[in-house]
Write a protein that binds this ligand. Structure first.
Ligand code: PLP
Length: 388
């Protein structure tokens, strides 16, 4: 069997990337103005079936702007997951607000049952404001992450947000291409349910611009405001008049040239991801003590990341990662809980049970769109030998 290195998740740039980027260089449109930026915004919006989108430098800045436009201030609190990448949580602190860390369910996304219980039992709802009794803070927004491309339970989460007047930022950075196929939301894409939806095109995401992001929004005026804030809040561009504290968060034409070429291939990438997922799932679910985590029924997932779960045992995780590494295969544990990290010491948490359980038991295995079926077989055979 080949001994070639298998990476966890790397870019796949075999389409029109070089052609479009070369064009951007040759036409000397390399910065934040240029036709690829608006073209990529338009095509991305079309892809997720919304009227418009606004590009950003990365997913983190998309989340930052979105939370600001939810009206979150330093007096407020924001409900966030603890089992996620830290970029979903940091923007709350950029604003100076405080996070409330919520548990996940078996989808690895926010648990709507606990969310509801928290609102009912820990908070008072008066004058249209949900107040966390323990801190006196107004719970103004929540960040819902579609973990590893799996749709969070929007059917359950949205009515809770509505009832308690909590604004919703969807962190769809991992879930571009995931949509409901059944139920009342059939045809609706991850990122298009909340007040704001954020995407990322970092190097390991399903499509990449090197680094980049995108915002979509329910309210077109708020989306226009997002664009204003990402471009230094220019009120009168010619005369350098600014009417707010803005940011330099806009994507460059070079990035967007890559993005456009990547978007053309997104559906093919998802096909490969799906086939590889099914191959892993079929084999690994037969191994005693392991399974591959499911994606939500009634959705078409983008199958971004695959999670192998140790069902009975928390000692296997690091040993398997080590074993894979010795076989030149890159893997990783799921994220350390954000509420356990140094910058969040002492932060408000609510009934965290499943998140710590999964944290100790998940190994993410290679999922690049360059990964061949033979590659998947090699990973499976290392895992099988490890478990026998
Ligand atoms: C990648 C990611 C982000 C941040 O995106 P960047 O483009 O890297 O800034 C935010 N949240 C989650 C869940 C992510 O996986």
């Amino acid at each position: 069997m080949s001994d070639e290195f298998i990476a966890l998740s790397v870019p796949n740039l075999k389409g029109n990337e070089l052609k479009y980027v070369t064009d951007a260089v040759e036409t000397e449109w390399v910065s934040t103005a240029g036709p690829y930026v608006s073209d990529f915004e338009k095509k991305l919006a079309e892809y997720v079936h919304v009227p418009a989108a606004v590009s950003t430098q990365n997913g983190t800045s998309a989340l930052h702007i979105s939370l600001m436009l939810c009206g979150v201030t330093r007096e407020d609190a924001v409900i966030v997951p603890t089992l996620t990448f830290i970029a979903a949580v940091n923007p709350t602190k950029y604003i100076g607000a405080e996070p409330i860390f919520m548990d996940c369910d078996d989808s690895l996304c926010m648990d709507p049952v606990k969310l509801k219980k928290f609102c009912e039992e820990e908070c008072d709802f008066t004058d249209g404001k949900l107040i966390d009794r323990a801190t006196g803070r107004h719970v103004k927004a929540m960040v819902v992450v579609h973990v590893f491309g799996n749709m969070a339970d929007m059917e359950a989460i949205l009515p809770i947000a509505e009832k308690y007047n909590i604004r919703v930022v969807e962190d769809a950075t991992e879930a571009l291409g995931t949509y409901y196929t059944e139920g009342k939301f059939a045809g609706r894409f991850a990122g298009t349910f909340g007040d704001f939806g954020c995407y990322s095109f970092n190097g390991n995401k399903i499509i990449t611009t090197g680094g980049g992001g995108m915002i979509v929004a329910k309210n077109p005026e708020e989306l226009a405001h997002a664009k204003h804030l990402t471009t230094q809040a220019k009120a009168d561009q010619a005369n350098f008049i600014h009417d707010e504290i803005g940011f330099n968060y806009r994507m460059t034409n070079l990035q967007a040239a890559l993005g456009l070429a990547q978007l053309e291939q997104l559906e093919d990438f998802i096909k490969t991801k799906t086939a590889n997922y099914n191959q892993y799932k079929e084999a690994i679910d037969k191994i005693d003590g392991l399974h591959v985590q499911d994606f939500r029924p009634g959705t078409r997932s983008n199958y971004w990341f695959y999670s192998v779960v140790f069902e009975n045992d928390e000692t296997g995780r690091d040993a398997l990662i080590e074993e894979l590494k010795e076989n030149h295969i890159q893997s990783r544990p799921i994220w350390g809980l954000i509420s356990d990290q140094l910058p969040y010491e002492g932060a408000r948490t609510y009934d965290l049970v499943k998140a710590p359980w999964y944290w100790k038991r998940v190994v993410n295995v290679p999922c690049s769109t360059n990964l061949t079926s033979e590659g998947v077989d090699r990973v499976i055979s290392v895992i099988r030998n490890f478990m026998s």
